[in-house]
Design a protein. Structure first.
Length: 84
């Protein structure tokens, strides 16, 4: 039950980070969300919210890494024009 509560709070914190970006009329990207989450973590939260913020940060970092790996796998390396 506690894990479900932590997961839910993590999702809420991610949602709040996205809403903050939207209210600022800022571009919403994984890196922008990560920056907002890191700011939330350092905002003097109680232990439960800190734990959820750390979970959210980990999830976003994993998503960034997953997308980075996916992009690297789809990159076609072409030789330079002067390479023989």
């Amino acid at each position: 039950m506690k894990n479900h509560k932590n997961e839910r709070l993590k999702d809420v914190i991610i949602g709040e980070a996205v809403l903050k970006l939207l209210s600022e009329k800022a571009a919403v990207s994984w890196r922008a969300v990560l920056a907002k989450l890191e700011a939330v973590l350092h905002a003097g939260l109680n232990e439960e919210k800190k734990r959820a913020a750390m979970m959210a940060i980990q999830e976003v970092k994993e998503e960034i890494q997953r997308r980075s790996n996916s992009m690297a796998g789809n990159t076609l390396l072409m030789p330079a024009a002067n390479d023989s």
